[in-house]
Design a protein around this ligand. Structure first.
Ligand SMILES: Cc1ncc(COP(=O)(O)O)c(C=O)c1O
Length: 429
């Protein structure tokens, strides 16, 4: 059976969540910024495989590291046996993480890193409560899905979820009732947080507060720094642990290794994945030794976590980000991308907001007359037009009204210009 015939059978052989996603672009090869389609066309990948290939697709050094490890050992059941690449990675991570985090549990995905983070928090505090934010996306496994509150559909038909999970508002300047005064949304969100602690679950019962420092799937929502700072202070004061889910914001996406460093707010626990190994499955729960070492032995475990090839790819990824100065590129070209998006906003009243930090940028489509409301129908049309012109982007936000632009961090100015030209033509038509 040919690849074309297999593609046509996807509705019969892949679950609807895969088969009915958009755009189901058949790809034969990926290199750097580009995807090569079965249709013979080349596509600029401005979604980086859901924010994974920060160093670009199939980076030669990642391939080399993976190939070398492949020759030696494919699988290692960490704990029962040991392999060099997982230990080497654990020695490298403290140099790039915030808050001297120096102890790790490795899993195979983002959701698993979130699961591990909340299990760690509950196990060492012996408290049940977990507080998350509305608009958050933390993954699809049951614990992670219990925290996820970006779209009701992600929770529909799945209850009951994990008990003792509570949601508080996230500070969202653009969607607040006072968009001209960003600090007002911080006050409102913090008031709701304090009310939750006063009226619903006492701080003494809360193991952790989990936050994406920038909400990803929920709509590329960038909170004012004060929101994260104040949450940090309340957590410290009340003895609740602060978990950052940096699965999408990590590994240089914001122009710093992690958003925690961009906001100068240090969590107690971090969940990381996606960009860590350039596409090989890997995730990690990270914390300082004093905290992580209190996790009782055997309370948590894994078969595939810390896979030798994934860990070798991860150490190569960190070296590439450093040596190719990709943080600097994310900062510099991210600022350039945001400027160009702001220009588009001036030109097209359908763009209600253009926002971003580093190479984590987005435009939100709205109703042109009012510059408010959500315009997911047009967003879908723009995405489809852009794809036909060779630019792959992916939506986010409650209705899919926001278009995220997250190219690999190797993107050049010329490639950004090319993407902006395509986006502009797609918006115009
Ligand atoms: C912030 C965040 N947390 C968790 C996840 C879940 O990661 P995974 O799909 O690897 O389980 C995602 C995935 O999009 C994410 O963006």
């Amino acid at each position: 059976m040919s690849y074309e015939q297999l593609v046509n059978r996807r509705g019969k052989i892949l679950a609807p969540s895969f088969a009915q996603d958009w755009p189901n672009l058949p790809v034969v090869k990926a290199q750097g910024l580009y995807l090569y389609g079965l249709d013979g066309k080349r596509y600029m990948d401005f979604m980086s495989g859901f924010g994974v290939v920060n160093v670009g697709h199939n980076h030669p050094r990642v391939l080399k590291a993976a190939r070398e490890q492949l020759q030696k050992q494919i699988h290692g059941a960490v704990g029962a046996t040991l392999h060099e690449s997982v230990l080497r990675l654990a020695e490298m991570l403290p140099d790039i993480l915030p808050g001297r985090m120096d102890m790790f549990f490795f899993g195979s995905s983002g959701s698993e890193a979130v699961e591990g983070s909340i299990k760690l928090a509950r196990n060492i505090t012996k408290r049940p409560g977990i507080i998350a934010c509305t608009g958050a996306f933390h993954g699809r496994t049951y614990g992670a899905a219990s925290l996820t509150a970006s779209k009701a559909i992600y929770r529909t038909g799945l209850e009951p979820f994990l008990p003792s999970v509570y949601h508080i508002p996230f500070a969202d300047p653009y969607h607040s009732a006072h968009p001209d005064d960003p600090l007002q949304c911080v006050d409102e969100a913090l008031t709701a947080f304090r009310t939750t602690l006063d009226r619903i679950i006492a701080p003494s019962q809360v193991a952790a507060v989990i936050v994406e420092p920038i909400q990803g799937e929920g709509g590329y929502i960038i909170p004012p720094r004060k929101f994260l700072q104040e949450i940090r202070e309340i957590c410290t004061h009340e003895g609740m642990l602060l978990i950052f889910d940096e699965i999408q914001t990590g590994f240089g996406r914001t122009g710093e290794w992690f958003a925690a460093q961009a906001f100068h707010v240090t969590p107690d626990i971090m969940a990381i994945a996606k960009g860590i190994a350039s596409g090989f499955p890997l995730g990690a729960v990270c914390a300082r030794h004093e905290l992580m070492s209190r996790w009782e032995s055997a309370v948590h475990g894994t078969t595939f976590g810390g896979n030798p090839i994934s860990c070798a790819a991860a150490t190569a990824t960190i070296e590439i980000i450093r040596e190719e100065q990709l943080l600097e590129n994310a900062k510099k070209n991210g600022a350039y991308l945001l400027d160009r998006l702001q220009d588009l906003k001036k030109k097209y009243p359908i763009i209600g907001d253009a926002r971003g930090i580093g190479l984590m940028a987005a435009i939100e489509l709205t109703v042109p007359e009012t510059r408010r409301g959500s315009n997911a129908t047009t967003a879908k049309k723009v995405l489809t037009k852009a794809l036909a012109k060779g630019l792959l982007m992916y939506p986010c936000g409650l209705q899919g009204q926001t278009i995220r632009l997250i190219p690999p961090l190797i993107v050049t100015r010329a490639q950004i210009d090319q993407a902006i030209t395509i986006l502009s033509q797609s918006l115009r038509s």
